[in-house]
Write a protein that binds this ligand. Structure first.
Ligand SMILES: Nc1nc2c(c(=O)[nH]1)N[C@H]1C(S)=C(S)[C@@H](COP(=O)(O)OP(=O)(O)OC[C@H]3O[C@@H](n4cnc5c(=O)[nH]c(N)nc54)[C@H](O)[C@@H]3O)O[C@H]1N2
Ligand SMILES: Nc1nc2c(c(=O)[nH]1)N[C@H]1C(S)=C(S)[C@@H](COP(=O)(O)OP(=O)(O)OC[C@H]3O[C@@H](n4cnc5c(=O)[nH]c(N)nc54)[C@H](O)[C@@H]3O)O[C@H]1N2
Ligand SMILES: [Mo]
Length: 771
């Protein structure tokens, strides 16, 4: 393996979980948070062991069955052996396969959505790289739209208030909360583990201190969530446990109370909103005979009726912020709480006031509640995609399993493409997608699956062609996010692992073989691209008359502080100050409590105003617990799951599942027992932790543990490591958004009695001898 230097100075680098400084001391990588970060994330501790971990991929590998029999559907994906291959040979082979698929089926047979977070550098951003490569070299690809993060909200928000980014990312800021908010109704909480992260990096983690300062001024935080830990101690929060998936009913109960007690702001509803009178019929039950009163809500959401009434009264006093975590909409009918939260805020009359109204995803990531940079950051241009077909991102298995089948999306009837080749770089569908046994079937249907990875994730193990790529510490890049003023020079800290190459170098080699080298590279090497992309920011700084160092100076200085826009509340704040001059970009120009557009789609699973729609999936005699499969606090998604911090928080090598002592006692489970979580879709093991911080009726198992089948040859193997996506359901939020519903499902939990199977997720496959 590659040599490591003995001792070097510390130099800047950046990850999605923070800006840091790293160097070598006595042959060991030293990682220190950036001195300007008041509250750095412990996820940084995953780095030192990662560089040379045995789970890294050292050489290109090709699946034996694919090599011997050629491309085609194959159930052995994920169960087969791999053979090693040199770079020239593997790139020739892959270029030939891309040419074959393009000639026989066209670029519309290639799925290049390649969803995933990859790494923080803006040039070596794998998703941008793969998109640019497919556009310039084979004319395009079937893409995916929206995200696993905000699948439902990204589609519903433009219908009732405005574009997702404009509302969520340029709305209520932490500065406003510190100065103005009296009550924060935090639906889904604002866990600090979540705001540890922002794509492109984060230089200052300000959330903990912002909550502390708001509280010291007298603000009250209310944590409306199945987990007490969803707000930090600094917030001094009151915990209101709510049955997962029922927030819409709770908010309706509050809204009903506001009307009954005359506490709703009719002036605001008349002037700034449309559709309240019609919604009011539904709310009060004159349209369907069921008043959505506090007692009705209590029977659904588990919060006592008098608590709901008190909460509504409290919300009607002072400056109140209705804050909504992403998690609420990552579930069946996920559109409803997003819309209903805005309706509640509208009824309180506070939308657009500093620190009041509606905050979507504040605290869910470090992007939110910040100001925007006033100059553009570097981004790699992706070229033009000649293929029009797309899927809402979480419909991947549906597409692969049902080529040509119709589906609904946001008022349109569409058809799934017939995919022959799937190309993934920078994402891990065996982390992000639901119902992994179904995903395995879906991947068995294609001719060829290509994966670029740094490490042997389950996605890499299911590929036909596995290309090892460098990890961020092994290359130079620029770290930047549009909501963070610090642009970071990311220095190279180590030589590439084994024979790993940059994604860019791999694509350049393929583009050359496909006769598209000039189109892909524009004659630049990686260093040339960094200078080119940096120039855009430099020029914008110069145009404003600000300090605009040249690239070499920026890199030598290690960072550059960018100017930011003023905190004016974005489109919602401007609308509040001037409703006629700055209307919202909705059909009416106002907040749409009822949307004729959405009603016109005729979807029974997403009607024309927010409504309580009972979920299809509810606990029953066989599966009596609700599973909350939320984000992990020891890592970002599945990244560096083998790192020291992530590994150190596991127990007996497994992910930890938390549940209430009463639920554990009812099942004969003791703290530290290995338990089996199961439903009809699959099963996994985890270590049980007993805590009263999880409400009864709920078990929480975070995402992130690498999928680790005990016996990959089985149809529904037991995941021995604790990946909750073997349990989750692969259905869209509704026909409107078709978003991911992975946050919640229904399971049973029992003590695991058998011999404990070993963890194999981090053991690389042993190369087979080539026939
Ligand atoms: N059940 C359930 N499932 C969920 C969620 C949930 O709440 N519940 N949340 C969802 C959400 S919000 C999200 S965003 C997704 C996240 O899902 P992903 O973004 O797919 O997860 P990551 O682990 O970040 O995957 C990134 C992969 O890129 C690799 N990588 C890193 N750097 C590079 C590079 O330079 N080049 C290449 N080629 N690869 C690189 C990493 O090793 C890793 O395997 O998960 C979703 N899944
Ligand atoms: N450390 C770390 N931070 C991360 C990530 C990570 O992987 N690791 N991922 C990042 C990404 S890509 C994203 S999109 C964001 C995701 O942001 P979110 O989706 O908001 O994060 P989660 O942790 O999945 O969920 C937040 C909390 O919502 C609660 N919750 C779940 N269901 C319900 C419900 O029905 N009602 C109510 N009231 N509460 C509910 C859960 O208790 C959970 O802890 O996090 C980001 N931050
Ligand atoms: Mo996400």
């Amino acid at each position: 393996m590659s040599e490591t230097p003995e001792t070097t100075a510390l130099r800047n680098h950046s990850a999605h979980w923070g800006v840091f400084r790293a160097g070598w001391a006595d042959g060991r990588l030293v990682v220190q948070p950036h001195p300007g970060d008041p509250d750095p994330s412990p996820i940084l501790k995953n780095f030192p062991d990662a560089l040379h971990h045995r789970a890294r991929i050292a050489r290109p590998m090709v699946r034996r069955g694919w090599l011997e029999r050629g491309p085609g559907p194959d159930r052995r994906r994920g169960r087969d052996e791999f053979v090693e291959m040199g770079w020239d040979e593997v790139l020739d082979l892959l270029a030939g396969e891309l040419r074959r698929v393009k000639e026989a089926h066209g670029a519309e047979a290639v799925f290049g959505g390649s969803y995933g977070w990859s790494s923080a550098g803006r040039f070596h951003h794998a998703q941008s790289q793969v998109h640019r490569f497919l556009n310039t070299s084979i004319g395009g690809y079937v893409r995916s739209v929206n995200s696993y993060s905000a699948g439902a909200s990204a589609v519903i928000m433009p219908h009732f208030i405005g574009p997702f980014d404009a509302v969520a990312r340029r709305g209520v800021t932490w500065t406003q909360v510190v100065a103005h908010t009296d009550t924060v109704l935090a639906f889904g909480g604002m866990a600090l583990k979540n705001s540890a992260v922002a794509s492109g990096g984060v230089s200052k983690h300000i959330e903990r201190d912002s909550m502390r300062r708001a509280r010291e001024r007298g603000a009250r935080f209310i944590n409306i969530s199945p987990l007490r830990s969803d707000l930090p101690e600094e917030a001094g929060a009151e915990w209101l446990p709510v049955v997962p998936g029922t927030d819409t009913a709770l908010m309706l109960g509050m809204a009903h109370t506001l009307v009954r007690e005359g506490l709703h702001d009719t002036g605001f509803l008349d002037r700034f909103c449309v559709g309240f009178p019609q919604f009011e019929h539904y709310l009060m039950g004159t349209s369907d005979g069921q008043p959505k009163d506090a007692a009705w809500a209590a029977s659904i959401c588990g919060v006592p009726a008098d608590t709901i009434v008190a909460l509504a009264r409290r919300a009607a006093q002072g400056r109140t912020l209705v804050a909504m975590a992403h998690a609420l909409q990552r579930a069946e009918h996920g559109e409803q709480p997003v819309w209903m939260g805005a309706v509640l805020a509208a009824m309180l009359g506070q939308i657009g006031l500093p620190g009041g109204g509606y905050a979507y995803a504040l605290g869910a990531l470090a992007h939110y509640g910040k100001q925007q940079n006033a100059v553009p950051i570097p981004t790699l241009p992706q070229g033009v995609n000649g293929v029009k077909n797309f899927i809402p991102v979480a419909r991947i298995s549906d597409m692969l399993l049902n080529p040509g089948a119709p589906f609904d999306y946001n008022g349109k009837r569409m058809h799934y493409a017939d995919i022959k080749l799937v190309y993934w770089a920078g994402g891990n569908p065996f982390h992000h997608h639901q119902d992994l046994n179904r995903l395995r079937e879906a991947f068995a249907r294609v001719d060829t699956l290509v994966v670029h990875e740094t490490a042997w994730t389950a996605t890499a193990r299911h590929a036909d062609i596995v290309l090892p790529c460098t990890m961020t510490l092994e290359r130079e890049d620029i770290g930047a996010a549009a909501t963070d003023p610090l642009m970071v020079a990311m220095h190279r800290l180590a030589e590439p692992f084994g024979e790993a190459r940059d994604d860019y170098a791999i694509f350049a080699g393929l583009a050359r073989r496909l006769g598209a080298e000039e189109a892909f590279t524009e004659g630049r090497d990686a260093a040339g691209w960094l200078r080119h992309l940096y120039a855009r920011t430099q020029n914008a700084l110069e145009a404003k008359g600000l300090y605009a160092p040249d690239f070499d100076t920026f890199f030598r200085e290690g960072e550059l502080t960018l100017p930011q826009e003023e905190d004016d509340g974005g489109i919602v704040g401007r609308f509040r100050r001037d409703p006629d001059g700055a209307p919202l970009p909705t059909p009416s120009g106002k907040v749409e409590i009822c949307s004729e557009t959405v009603a016109g789609f005729g979807y029974d699973d997403c009607p024309g105003h927010p409504a309580w729609l009972p979920p299809e999936e509810v606990p029953d005699a066989r599966h009596s617990l609700r599973l909350v499969a939320n984000q992990p606090y020891t890592k970002l998604h599945s990244q560096l799951d083998f790192g020291a911090y992530s590994a150190g928080e596991k127990r007996r090598g497994r992910e930890v599942a938390r549940l209430h002592p009463a639920e554990a006692a009812a099942r004969g489970i003791a703290d530290g027992d290995i338990v089996r979580l199961f439903n009809d879709r699959g099963a996994c093991l985890a270590s049980a932790a007993l805590t009263e911080d999880v409400m009864p009726g709920v078990v929480q198992l975070p995402t992130g543990a690498w999928y680790d089948p005990a016996d990959a040859s089985e149809e529904r193997p037991l995941c021995v490591h604790g990946n909750p996506n073997v349990l989750t359901r692969d259905v869209g939020t509704s026909r409107l958004a078709q978003g991911c519903t992975g946050q919640l499902t229904v399971v049973e939990v029992e003590r695991f009695e058998g011999n404990l199977p070993p963890i194999q997720a981090f053991e690389p496959p042993v190369p087979a001898v080539r026939a």
